[in-house]
Ligand binder design. Structure first.
Ligand SMILES: [Zn+2]
Length: 279
């Protein structure tokens, strides 16, 4: 079970996440005495309730801190995405430039071939013998075939350029939209920091107020366990088992839990045990 699920269960059972001092009016002495003495056997273990509220607050604080410390990472990954988008666009652009250059080179070549062809045709008029004429004609046919071949290549390139241009135009509008979106996300990330920090401050205040309701020794014990158990010092007891480590709870301890007497730890994982109140 995750910490958050733990907290959700605590909340679902113990109701509002506020510490008791804001939900139930009672004299301080009664708060300190705890459950059994309050309102004639009302089975509420106040110490436990306040600990649960404290743990809930602390889990929320930890989650907020994670969110805040994760923001620089999120921003940098968004910036990388922006770079990737621009890079792929640039790659297409340079492919387009290359093709254009190749097309010009081929066209230059064809121009030269045409000039040569014209010369050959002029020379054809001046030949004296049949043999010379046939040879010249053959040369002209070869040159014409070569020109056709080069022109086919140019045509292919022109077709490729055409579809590339369509893609580039499409790319440009997509890139513009995606870039705007990523920029907006970056701004939202940056803008969320003050709000998260304000929430963190108010949770910290709530934490201090809740801690003030808890007996010092018990709070120390809670802190020791929390530091050993990744911030989760409480575990629900159910069917005589600790739900955190699944080890059986001693019958005497379970009986005390049922009577809401005292604060008990699991023998195995040391977490402070609590029972759902309907038991
Ligand atoms: Zn345990």
């Amino acid at each position: 079970m995750t910490e958050i699920e733990d907290a959700a269960i605590l909340r679902s059972w113990y109701g509002p996440q506020k510490p008791l001092h804001t939900t139930i009016q009672m004299p301080e002495a009664a708060q300190r005495l705890g459950a059994a003495s309050f309102e004639g056997g009302n089975q509420v273990n106040l110490d436990l309730r306040n600990l649960i509220a404290l743990q809930d607050i602390e889990l929320k604080i930890a989650s907020l801190q994670r969110q805040i410390s994760d923001i620089p990472n999120r921003i940098s990954s968004l910036q990388q995405e922006l770079q990737r988008l621009e890079q792929s666009h640039q790659e297409r652009n340079s492919h387009h430039q290359e093709l254009t250059k190749r097309r010009r080179t081929l066209e230059g070549g064809v121009d030269m071939m045409r000039a040569r062809l014209a010369r050959l045709k002029d020379q054809l008029m001046a030949v004296k013998t049949n043999k010379e004429y046939t040879a010249m004609l053959h040369e002209i046919q070869m040159a014409e075939a070569q020109i056709r071949q080069e022109e086919d290549k140019i045509l292919e390139i022109m077709e490729e350029l055409e579809s590339l241009e369509v893609e580039l135009r499409k790319d440009e509008s997509v890139l513009r939209i995606q870039t705007q979106e990523v920029r907006k996300n970056i701004q939202a990330c940056e803008a969320s920091i003050p709000e998260l920090e304000a929430a963190l401050r108010s949770l910290n205040e709530e934490k201090v107020a809740t801690e003030a309701l808890i007996d010092g020794e018990l709070l120390d014990r809670y802190r020791r366990i929390a530091s050993l158990r990744r911030g989760v010092a409480l575990a629900e007891a159910r069917d005589e088992l600790c739900t955190a480590c699944h080890v059986r709870i001693r019958p005497q301890v379970y009986a005390d839990l049922l009577k809401m007497e005292g604060i008990h730890s699991c023998d195995s994982c040391s977490r402070i045990l609590y029972l759902r109140e309907s038991v």
